[in-house]
Design a protein around this ligand. Structure first.
Ligand SMILES: Cc1cc2nc3c(=O)[nH]c(=O)nc-3n(C[C@H](O)[C@H](O)[C@H](O)COP(=O)(O)OP(=O)(O)OC[C@H]3O[C@@H](n4cnc5c(N)ncnc54)[C@H](O)[C@@H]3O)c2cc1C
Length: 496
């Protein structure tokens, strides 16, 4: 089939009945649920872009293996140009939602492409696992499948290993092996967009200890697999709030969910790893996941640029951007954007080629983005709050514009500097409030901090890896230079 349209994506959702719970109710039809309608439309729009002559050739390509047109997310880069072609997809799609939707289909499609191209890692442990991940890659590529993922064990008690939790299957684990596959039970978090995806992939984050074997798993199943329950968090909007009042929150909310597996059968052909703590702890770093970090970086740049532009427009609208304190805040944001942009260029231009010929962006600059954005993005939000100040809370609702009695006051008291009408200013401030005040915006801050794991431990891992690969040539040079300088008399220098 190759690339899908938005209508095909929606038809796929309608054809399934996953077990989705929200606010104490089991939903029977996610497509007609108001909370999901806008995000479904946003995802459908992305699928349609694959067919749009303005975008088609820059975000899709003809698959060598099948001759069908597929997304660039399934490109296994062999050249710098391939990397750039993939980036074009990340950029084009993230700009459609201003970088506010982190789990668009490209993210996990790239992740699985990367796992499949690193099948040698799986092969080391079990040749079936290697075959399964490669076949799964073909399945999602050829059917343009939209995945969610759940790779983190629920919090419960973080001071204890999975095997030490209150119950054996609090954290997802393998109950038994059968001729058909493995039976799994327990929970995993935090599956963003799960109710409106086609399938879920479960894999593991490092941190398993000996004794955790039954929790060391990687597999993928359709989202409506019997026994798989999706428990949504409280929605941050009801899907009915006017777009005028919530221009972002009403369009781009990504639902997060806990996945609970009640004796779920995972067929053998969908098992990529099980019962192996060493493999589970290595999977994340050894299967080229910097390819998905590339998507995160490009999307993060769009989001940070968007926040910077909003903060600058707020300042301009109320005539405060001539003040030094405001200029230094805005200047800081512009520089933050430039830092991320530069890091992305470095990552792409200093790409590495793996032993099996895959081109991957350089890991150090990408991980640096991962370390910087959790600081830069919350700072951008703080600056927006500081510049908008009380004005952010003063905004009336769109309905007020419909009242004849209020019309004069609306036009007189909500305007900005000369040339900025009340209507324009209110719209801009509402855009800002969705990002810096609404629960929707707070989730986006939390997302930037935690979407790919705890930034504290990630920075620790980053440094350990850096230390192993770094030769400390400058220090060695200074030390050996000092030794030589000590030994050679000054006359030697003047003679030469
Ligand atoms: C909005 C959002 C969307 C997300 N979407 C997804 C998704 O789609 N799929 C998915 O799988 N995951 C998703 N995540 C989950 C994300 O992977 C986790 O939140 C992240 O891995 C951090 O884990 P945690 O939240 O359990 O925090 P914890 O690991 O419980 O950490 C809590 C606090 O304790 C500290 N801490 C805990 N353990 C240690 C330790 N051993 N050493 C030092 N400090 C420690 C941490 O630094 C942190 O401050 C999402 C998260 C967010 C916020």
């Amino acid at each position: 089939m190759g690339i899908r349209t938005g209508a095909q994506y929606i038809a796929g959702l309608k054809s399934r009945q996953p077990e989705v719970w929200m606010a104490g109710k089991r939903l029977t039809d996610v497509v007609s649920e108001p909370v999901f309608q806008q995000p479904i439309k946003e995802i459908a729009k992305l699928y349609d872009m694959q067919h749009d002559p303005d975008h088609r050739d820059s975000i899709t390509h003809i698959c060598e293996e099948t001759g069908e047109r597929v997304s660039n997310a399934f490109l296994i880069p062999k050249t710098f140009e391939d990397l750039r072609a993939r980036r074009a997809l990340f950029e084009t799609w993230s700009k459609e939602n201003f970088g506010l939707m982190g789990r668009t289909p490209d993210f996990l499609n790239v992740t699985v492409s990367s796992m499949a191209s690193n099948a040698a890692f799986f092969e080391k442990y079990n040749s079936d696992w290697a075959k399964n991940i490669q076949n799964y890659y073909r399945h999602i590529r050829d059917n343009d499948v939209f995945l969610t993922h759940a790779i983190v064990n629920p919090q419960n008690d973080r001071s204890k290993a999975s095997s030490e939790q209150k119950e054996t299957f609090t954290h997802l684990g393998l109950v038994e092996e059968t001729p058909e596959g493995i039976i799994v039970s327990g929970a995993k978090m935090l599956a963003t967009l799960a109710p409106i995806t086609d399938e879920v992939i479960v894999y593991s984050f490092p941190g398993f200890k000996p004794g955790d074997e039954k929790h060391a798993l990687a597999f993928a199943i359709p989202i409506d697999t019997p026994g798989l329950r999706i428990i949504c968090r409280e929605p941050m909007q009801d899907g009915k709030r006017p777009l005028f009042d919530h221009p972002l929150a009403s369009r781009f909310e990504e639902m997060d969910a806990l996945l609970v597996f009640h004796d779920v059968l995972v067929p053998w052909e969908r098992v990529f790893m099980h019962s192996n703590v060493e493999a589970a702890n290595q999977l994340y770093s050894q299967t080229g996941l910097s390819q998905s970090t590339h998507q995160n970086g490009v999307r993060g740049l769009t989001k940070l640029s968007f926040a910077m532009e909003i903060a600058a427009k707020l300042a301009d609208a109320i005539g405060v951007d001539g003040y030094l304190n405001v200029q230094t805040q805005l200047g800081e944001l512009v520089q933050s954007v430039e830092i991320i942009k530069a890091l992305l260029h470095v990552a792409e231009y200093e790409y590495e080629t793996t032993p099996h010929g895959e081109v991957v962006p350089a890991g150090v600059p990408l991980e640096t983005i991962r370390g910087m954005l959790p600081k830069m993005y919350p700072r951008a939000i703080e600056i927006m709050q500081t510049i908008g100040a009380g004005g952010l809370l003063m905004m009336p609702s769109g309905k007020d514009f419909e009242s004849a009695e209020l019309r004069d006051d609306m036009e007189r008291y909500y305007g900005g500097r000369t040339g900025v009408t009340s209507y324009d200013r209110i719209r801009l401030f509402k855009l800002a409030w969705d990002l810096c005040g609404e629960a929707f915006g707070q989730r986006l801050v939390q997302y930037e901090r935690y979407y790919s794991g705890d930034p504290v431990r990630k920075l620790g891992m980053f440094y350990s890896k850096f230390k192993k690969g770094h030769d400390f040539a400058l220090v060695e040079g200074a030390l050996s230079g000092a030794m030589k300088a000590e030994q050679s008399p000054v006359e030697e220098l003047t003679q030469s």
